[in-house]
Design a protein. Structure first.
Length: 311
């Protein structure tokens, strides 16, 4: 008896890491070499990252914790790297098993922002397509809290929480990306505590990026000011990246946040799509880190770059 089975028409399984992922780093230098300064940033160095598995890439968030770089993809996959003496070591991976829906579809693990507690290693992750914020244990294997803030429910499907930062006083600030072709102010939320808890009070405010730009990540400077990474898309898939500094004193309910442009990257990142931003302290100096998203294209580069803050 011949059984006719209709073809599967649902979403395919999201890519996962297999055991043995190994990340390789090669030195990256922009065409013409590094300038002495890029605005308030002094280039330290950069590497182009590749791996022995196709699931590596699509990096949308970056955090630094106890000498490790934690790279998070837009498919809910995390890689931990140690960078020392010009070498990069792969320390391990994590798959966000806990999260919205079943995790079968890539869209249900569209993780675009990451904050890591410097003391406990606990992590807060923003889910763009689901409009949620989840809190995870330090190993990222288990979640212990999740929230669907009512004020974020109209942020859209692919234009929602792209950036999340923890202020020095314990508050959190979330930015809506908005449309890549949109101009004008974007929604933002100020949480007076843990954003993964439903009963945490929050207040609405707005952020005005540079013209024709959208926010792609945010991080906090030691003095409490906020750095916001912004991007502008130029077809075909070339990006203009701009870094803005927002004074901490301006962050209050109802405010229109706007800041000073402190760096325009031009061609120095190869016109790649930088989506991850982090700040670290090394021997009393402030370092700024960026990672680019190759958007799953094998011909695009995943660049991890480090700069010394001279602002």
């Amino acid at each position: 008896m011949l059984l006719l089975v209709p073809p599967w028409t649902g979403d395919g399984r999201r890519a996962l890491f297999a055991p043995g992922l190994r990340v390789t780093a090669t030195r990256f230098v922009p065409r013409g070499g590094w300038p002495r300064r890029i605005g308030a940033l002094e280039p330290v160095g950069a590497v182009s990252l590749t791996a022995n598995q196709r699931a590596f890439g699509g990096l949308s968030a970056l955090a630094l914790h106890r000498g490790q770089a934690i790279l998070l993809s837009d498919g809910g996959l995390a890689v931990r790297l140690r960078i020392a003496g010009g070498t990069v070591s792969t320390l391990g991976t994590a798959e966000l098993t806990d999260g919205p829906e079943t995790g079968w579809r890539k869209a249900s693990r569209d993780t675009e922002s990451l904050v890591v507690d410097p003391h406990t290693g606990r992590a807060w992750i923003g889910y763009e397509r689901i409009n949620m914020i989840w809190r995870y244990a330090a190993d990222l294997n288990h979640a212990d809290a999740a929230s669907y803030p009512p004020a974020m429910r109209d942020w859209g499907v692919n234009s929602s929480i792209e950036s999340l930062a923890r202020l020095n006083d314990g508050r959190f600030l979330a930015f809506r990306e908005g449309g890549l072709w949109q101009d004008g102010a974007r929604a933002a939320l100020l949480f007076y505590g843990d954003p993964a808890l439903y009963d945490t009070p929050n207040a609405s405010l707005r952020y005005l990026p540079p013209p024709h730009h959208s926010p792609s990540d945010a991080a906090v400077l030691p003095d409490g000011d906020i750095l916001v990474l912004n991007r502008r898309v130029h077809l075909p898939m070339r990006f203009e990246m701009t870094l803005v500094r927002i004074p901490a004193r301006s962050i209050r309910p109802g405010a229109l946040l706007r800041g000073q442009v402190v760096a325009r990257f031009g061609d120095t990142l190869g016109r790649e799509n930088a989506e991850g931003l982090a700040v670290s302290q090394e021997r009393g100096q402030t370092m700024i880190w960026l990672v680019t998203d190759n958007d799953g294209a094998f011909w695009r580069r995943t660049i991890l770059a480090k700069f010394r803050w001279r602002g």
